[in-house]
Design a protein around this ligand. Structure first.
Ligand SMILES: Nc1ncnc2c1ncn2[C@@H]1O[C@H](COP(=O)(O)OP(=O)(O)O)[C@@H](O)[C@H]1O
Ligand SMILES: [Mg+2]
Length: 368
């Protein structure tokens, strides 16, 4: 069988740049060498696309940035692939599929997915609309509400609203949400720019911080409880939707912040989660519903809170390119279902290729 050329794009202009490097490292080292020719493409913090000819194992090492060659994606559908740029000459390298291992802005938000659609190149994961909706916490919640998911009370506002009437917004937060609450950039990830606040002083500091990350802010009532995650693999268009079991996140911080996620060795996961059957069923049902509601394809990890005392399940968020670091929940949840990471990556590539084929057939029909 012919080997497929798989371009793994990682890094990116995103506050989750380093997380992406770690995820790509896991993915590249677990892609089958018999089935795929892996082409790693690193987008550095300035936005340069860099390709390596003879990459070696640890792509987290920054030395790679210096020894690659410039490359860009051809947006010409009659010349699909990567354009390798060496001394004023461009050479086309054909690729069968792109695996965008990019988290957060410019990678998980539909922007790069739009570029792939435009280029006519199949890619792994959710499409433009599902990525964009899932990335923006305020839109994600509207969709979740529409399909009846229980979620925390929240409100959102734009930077300009706050600039015009800060006191009014502070009063509204106190009245509608109250302390303690969470302040988040609407478009973000890895807990970057997120604070839990207990009074007005902390609130103002947190809004200031969140506004450095986004022009739109989310305020949510703080849930006192435990955190759970569930994985989805499939395609909402073909109706093939697989939902994993549920895992719990345990950490010693006040909440699951950036350090707790990636730095603090004391954070760990428990799979399967020790929860009531009823709560497990709700989490799995919600995961399937939100994946379908956002038109998901490929993969997503859905996150929840279960409140202490009441055992009430709250939907928190959907992530369309969940972390793939060595400690990440998404691959671990599938491993617990008997699907090794290598097989999981094969399935994701297969889903991406099928999605691409569906798109080509649609275009062909239009032309007839
Ligand atoms: N409403 C909430 N109640 C309790 N904890 C929360 C709430 N919102 C966020 N958190 C904490 O903050 C973390 C990050 O928030 P989240 O909305 O998942 O943002 P991100 O997209 O950055 O992961 C969560 O994993 C959780 O620990
Ligand atoms: Mg989260």
């Amino acid at each position: 069988m012919k080997k497929l050329n798989v371009a793994v794009i990682y890094g990116g202009i995103s506050s989750e740049h380093l997380v992406s490097r770690a995820s790509a490292n896991t993915i590249i080292s677990n892609l089958s060498q018999e089935k795929y020719t892996v082409i790693p493409i690193y987008i550095n913090k300035e936005g340069s696309w860099i390709m390596y000819d003879n990459y070696k194992d640890d792509l987290k090492d920054f030395k790679w940035e210096k020894i690659g060659v410039d490359v860009s994606l051809s947006v010409n559908q009659t010349q699909k692939g990567l354009l390798r740029l060496v001394r004023d000459k461009a050479k086309l390298i054909s690729i069968d599929i792109v695996f965008p291992v990019l988290h957060g802005l410019n990678g998980e938000d539909g922007t790069i997915q739009g570029l792939f659609e435009f280029s006519g190149i199949p890619y792994v994961g959710c499409g433009v609309l599902s990525s964009a909706i899932s990335m923006d916490k305020s839109f994600m919640r509207l969709v979740a509400k529409n399909v009846g998911l229980n979620q925390t009370e929240y409100l959102s506002f734009k930077a300009n609203d706050f600039k015009k009437e800060p006191d009014k917004i502070v009063r509204l937060i106190k009245k509608e949400i109250d302390y303690p609450c969470f302040i988040k950039p609407c478009n973000g990830g890895s807990s970057i720019g997120i604070k839990k606040v207990h009074d007005k002083k902390e609130l103002l500091e947190a809004i200031d911080l969140a506004l450095h990350h986004d022009k739109k802010i989310m305020v949510e009532k703080a849930i006192c409880g435990r955190e759970f995650e569930c994985a989805v693999l499939g395609d909402s268009f073909s109706g093939e939707i697989n939902v994993s079991g549920v895992g719990e996140i345990k950490c010693e911080h006040e909440f699951y912040d950036y350090d707790a996620k990636y730095m603090d060795k004391s954070s760990y996961t428990v799979i399967p989660a020790d929860l009531t059957k009823k709560a497990i069923n709700t989490i799995r049902d919600y995961s399937s519903k939100i994946f379908q509601a956002v038109d998901g394809s490929g993969l997503a990890r859905i996150d929840f809170f279960v409140e202490d005392g009441t055992n009430e399940v709250f939907f928190n968020e959907i992530n369309t390119m969940p972390g793939f670091t060595s400690i990440s929940m998404y691959p671990k949840l599938w491993e617990a279902e008997g699907i090794s990471i290598g097989v999981l990556l094969d399935k994701l590539i297969d889903l991406g290729l099928k999605k691409g084929l569906g798109r080509e057939q649609k275009i062909w029909k239009i032309e007839q």
